[in-house]
Design a protein around this ligand. Structure first.
Ligand SMILES: [Zn+2]
Length: 158
Protein backbone atom coordinates (compact mmCIF):
# COMPACT_ATOMS: atom_id res chain seq x y z
CA UNK A 1 0.00 0.00 0.00
CA UNK A 2 1.20 3.48 -0.85
CA UNK A 3 1.80 5.81 2.06
CA UNK A 4 0.97 8.84 -0.01
CA UNK A 5 -0.91 9.14 -3.29
CA UNK A 6 -1.30 12.04 -5.63
CA UNK A 7 -3.56 12.16 -8.63
CA UNK A 8 -4.37 14.82 -11.15
CA UNK A 9 -6.65 14.85 -14.15
CA UNK A 10 -7.22 17.27 -16.97
CA UNK A 11 -10.67 18.32 -18.14
CA UNK A 12 -12.58 21.07 -20.01
CA UNK A 13 -9.95 21.64 -22.70
CA UNK A 14 -10.60 24.68 -24.94
CA UNK A 15 -8.48 27.09 -26.99
CA UNK A 16 -8.01 30.58 -25.58
CA UNK A 17 -6.77 33.75 -27.24
CA UNK A 18 -4.59 36.07 -25.11
CA UNK A 19 -1.54 38.32 -24.70
CA UNK A 20 1.18 36.37 -22.89
CA UNK A 21 2.04 37.92 -19.48
CA UNK A 22 5.27 35.90 -19.24
CA UNK A 23 7.12 36.95 -22.41
CA UNK A 24 4.91 39.82 -23.63
CA UNK A 25 3.95 38.17 -26.94
CA UNK A 26 0.62 39.42 -28.28
CA UNK A 27 -2.34 37.53 -29.75
CA UNK A 28 -1.23 34.07 -28.71
CA UNK A 29 -3.46 31.03 -29.01
CA UNK A 30 -3.03 28.33 -26.41
CA UNK A 31 -4.82 25.40 -24.88
CA UNK A 32 -6.70 26.10 -21.63
CA UNK A 33 -7.74 23.35 -19.24
CA UNK A 34 -8.75 22.60 -15.68
CA UNK A 35 -6.58 20.38 -13.52
CA UNK A 36 -8.14 18.50 -10.63
CA UNK A 37 -5.52 17.66 -8.02
CA UNK A 38 -6.10 15.39 -5.11
CA UNK A 39 -3.57 14.32 -2.55
CA UNK A 40 -4.36 11.52 -0.10
CA UNK A 41 -2.61 10.00 2.86
CA UNK A 42 -2.59 6.17 2.80
CA UNK A 43 -4.82 6.39 -0.27
CA UNK A 44 -7.89 7.32 1.81
CA UNK A 45 -7.44 10.48 3.88
CA UNK A 46 -7.68 13.59 1.68
CA UNK A 47 -5.04 16.21 2.55
CA UNK A 48 -5.54 18.53 -0.36
CA UNK A 49 -8.11 18.78 -3.11
CA UNK A 50 -7.87 21.58 -5.58
CA UNK A 51 -9.06 22.72 -9.00
CA UNK A 52 -6.61 24.82 -10.94
CA UNK A 53 -7.11 26.47 -14.30
CA UNK A 54 -4.18 26.60 -16.68
CA UNK A 55 -3.27 27.87 -20.13
CA UNK A 56 -0.27 26.74 -22.11
CA UNK A 57 1.62 29.57 -23.81
CA UNK A 58 3.20 28.24 -27.03
CA UNK A 59 5.25 31.47 -27.42
CA UNK A 60 7.51 30.76 -24.43
CA UNK A 61 6.43 27.19 -23.51
CA UNK A 62 5.26 28.24 -20.07
CA UNK A 63 2.22 27.16 -18.18
CA UNK A 64 0.15 30.11 -16.96
CA UNK A 65 -2.36 30.03 -14.16
CA UNK A 66 -5.81 31.41 -14.94
CA UNK A 67 -8.18 32.93 -12.40
CA UNK A 68 -11.22 31.90 -14.43
CA UNK A 69 -12.44 28.60 -15.92
CA UNK A 70 -11.25 27.63 -19.44
CA UNK A 71 -14.74 28.22 -20.83
CA UNK A 72 -14.91 31.75 -19.38
CA UNK A 73 -11.39 32.46 -20.59
CA UNK A 74 -12.23 31.43 -24.16
CA UNK A 75 -15.06 33.97 -24.20
CA UNK A 76 -12.89 36.92 -23.13
CA UNK A 77 -10.84 38.90 -25.62
CA UNK A 78 -7.04 39.31 -25.17
CA UNK A 79 -7.31 42.93 -23.96
CA UNK A 80 -9.87 42.04 -21.28
CA UNK A 81 -7.67 39.19 -20.08
CA UNK A 82 -4.63 41.47 -19.86
CA UNK A 83 -6.55 44.34 -18.22
CA UNK A 84 -8.14 42.06 -15.62
CA UNK A 85 -4.79 40.35 -14.89
CA UNK A 86 -6.52 37.02 -15.30
CA UNK A 87 -3.43 35.10 -16.36
CA UNK A 88 -0.41 34.83 -14.11
CA UNK A 89 2.93 33.17 -14.60
CA UNK A 90 3.36 31.05 -11.50
CA UNK A 91 4.07 27.60 -10.11
CA UNK A 92 1.16 25.51 -8.84
CA UNK A 93 0.71 25.87 -5.04
CA UNK A 94 0.40 22.08 -4.89
CA UNK A 95 3.88 21.69 -6.36
CA UNK A 96 5.28 24.25 -3.92
CA UNK A 97 3.68 22.38 -1.02
CA UNK A 98 5.11 19.08 -2.28
CA UNK A 99 8.57 20.59 -2.63
CA UNK A 100 8.39 22.03 0.90
CA UNK A 101 7.43 18.53 2.12
CA UNK A 102 10.40 17.12 0.20
CA UNK A 103 12.69 19.59 2.02
CA UNK A 104 11.18 18.63 5.39
CA UNK A 105 11.75 14.93 4.68
CA UNK A 106 15.13 15.48 3.05
CA UNK A 107 16.91 13.20 5.54
CA UNK A 108 14.50 10.27 4.91
CA UNK A 109 15.68 7.64 2.39
CA UNK A 110 12.26 6.82 0.84
CA UNK A 111 9.75 9.48 1.87
CA UNK A 112 11.92 12.42 0.76
CA UNK A 113 12.36 11.24 -2.84
CA UNK A 114 8.65 10.31 -3.07
CA UNK A 115 7.61 13.90 -2.22
CA UNK A 116 10.29 15.24 -4.52
CA UNK A 117 9.14 13.12 -7.48
CA UNK A 118 5.54 14.28 -7.05
CA UNK A 119 6.67 17.91 -6.88
CA UNK A 120 8.95 17.60 -9.88
CA UNK A 121 7.15 15.23 -12.26
CA UNK A 122 3.68 16.53 -13.16
CA UNK A 123 3.05 19.09 -15.89
CA UNK A 124 5.61 20.76 -18.13
CA UNK A 125 7.93 23.65 -17.54
CA UNK A 126 8.17 25.61 -14.30
CA UNK A 127 9.77 28.85 -13.25
CA UNK A 128 13.53 29.09 -12.96
CA UNK A 129 13.49 29.48 -9.16
CA UNK A 130 11.42 26.29 -8.85
CA UNK A 131 13.87 24.33 -11.01
CA UNK A 132 16.74 25.75 -8.92
CA UNK A 133 15.00 24.72 -5.69
CA UNK A 134 14.59 21.20 -7.14
CA UNK A 135 18.31 20.99 -7.98
CA UNK A 136 19.33 22.20 -4.54
CA UNK A 137 17.07 19.55 -3.00
CA UNK A 138 18.79 16.75 -4.97
CA UNK A 139 22.24 17.90 -3.80
CA UNK A 140 21.04 18.31 -0.20
CA UNK A 141 19.46 14.86 -0.26
CA UNK A 142 22.63 13.22 -1.61
CA UNK A 143 24.71 14.92 1.10
CA UNK A 144 22.23 13.78 3.76
CA UNK A 145 22.22 10.19 2.45
CA UNK A 146 26.03 10.05 2.40
CA UNK A 147 26.13 11.42 5.94
CA UNK A 148 23.64 8.74 6.98
CA UNK A 149 25.77 5.97 5.47
CA UNK A 150 28.90 7.34 7.20
CA UNK A 151 27.02 7.51 10.51
CA UNK A 152 25.83 3.91 10.10
CA UNK A 153 29.37 2.69 9.35
CA UNK A 154 30.72 4.56 12.39
CA UNK A 155 27.96 3.16 14.61
CA UNK A 156 28.78 -0.32 13.31
CA UNK A 157 32.45 -0.06 14.30
CA UNK A 158 31.73 0.62 17.96
ZN1 LIG B 1 4.87 33.77 -23.81
Amino acid sequence: MLFYTHSSERCDEVTAHFHCPACGDRDVRGLAWTERQSTRLLGILPILEERLHWVSAPCCERQLMSRVTPRALAELDPDEIQFGRILRDRVSPVKILLLISAYLFCFMPVLGPVFFLFAWLPSGSSRTWFRMACRIWVILHLVMMNALVVLLIMADKK
